[in-house]
Design a protein around this ligand. Sequence first.
Ligand SMILES: Nc1ncnc2c1ncn2[C@@H]1O[C@H](COP(=O)(O)OP(=O)(O)OP(=O)(O)O)[C@@H](O)[C@H]1O
Ligand SMILES: [Mg+2]
Length: 321
Amino acid sequence: MFREKLLTTLIWSAVPIAGAMLADYAITILLLHAWQSYTPLITLSVAIVVSLPVCYALVSGRIELRHARDALSAARDTAVGANQMKTLFFANMSHELRTPLNAIIGFSELLALDAFTAKRREYADLIHSSGTHLLGLVNDLLDLARIEAGKFELRAESVSLEELIGECARTVEVRARESGIGLMRRVAPELPYALADRRALKQILLNLLTNAIKFTRRDGTVEMFARLTSSGELVFGVKDDGIGIADEDQARVFERFGQGRHDVAGADEGTGLGLPIVKGLIEAHGGRVSLESRLGEGTCVTVTLPRDRLVLPLKDIALAS
Ligand SMILES: Nc1ncnc2c1ncn2[C@@H]1O[C@H](COP(=O)(O)OP(=O)(O)OP(=O)(O)O)[C@@H](O)[C@H]1O
Ligand SMILES: [Mg+2]
C-alpha cells in the first residue's frame, strides 16, 4: 500500500512542480527580462518541499477511503450471500420436512377411522418409515451443524478398517441384494489401524455405500476398498459401476443439498447431505475426500487419512517389542 501511495504521490506532485517551474519561467523571463537572475533550482526545491507532503496527504486519504469502501462492499456481499444461503437452507428444509410430516399426519388420521381397520398395519408401517426418515434427516442436520460450527468432538480410538468394512457390508447387504447389486471387499492385508472416531468412520462408509447402491443399476457391482498409499497414507472408500456424476456436478455434490442427476429408480430418496457430512467428518480428522466419476461408467469416492492417524494393531506392537 505504501509503494502505491508513493508512486501516486510522485505522479501527482509532478503536476504542481511543473506548474511552479512554468510560472517561474514566465515571471523571470517574460516579466522581469533578467536572464542572469533566473533561478529554476530554487523554485524547484520550494515546489518539491511544498508539493510532496501535501500530495502525499491527499493521495493517502483517497487511497484509504478507497480501501475502506472496497472492504465495506466485500463485507456487504458476504452478508448478502450468507443471508441467501440461509433462505435457501430454510426453503430446502421446509420442503424436506413437510413430505414425511404430511404422511404421518394423514395416515394417523386414517388409523383413527374405524372404516380402515383392515389397513391398520400398512398405515402403521408407513407412519413408522416416515418417522424414521425424519429422524435420519434431523440427525444429519445436527451432525452437519456441529461439524460446521467446529463443535464435532472426535473420540479417537484405534479402529480396524477391515472389521469396520465387514460391519458396514453386513448392514447394507440386504438392501444390495434386493437391488440386485453385488457387494465386494478389497482390503489390503496387514493394514495398520486408524486412530480415529469409530462412529464417524462408520458414518462415512455407510454414506458412501448407500450412495453407491442407490446410484447403481441392477446387476451392477459396488466395491469397498482399503489400502496404504506409497506415501504411507491410509485410503479407503467405495467404487461402483453405476450412473456416474457429470463433470459439472462433481464440485456441487459436496455442498449442502447439492445433487446431480437422478435417472435411476429410487435415487430421489435423499436430501443431498450425505457427501457434505463425509467431507466434514474426514476433514475433522485432518484428512480429505476425493471423487472420480464418469457419466454412465461409475464413481469412486476415496477418503484419505493422514499418516499421523495410523497405529499398529496391538498384536503387532507386542511382536515388535
Ligand atoms: N456413487 C454415486 N453415483 C452417482 N451419483 C452419486 C454417487 N454418490 C453421490 N452422487 C450424487 O451426489 C449427490 C449428493 O450425494 P449425497 O450423498 O450428498 O446426497 P443424497 O444421496 O442425494 O442424499 P442423502 O445422502 O442426504 O440421503 C447425489 O444426489 C447424487 O446426485
Ligand atoms: Mg447420500
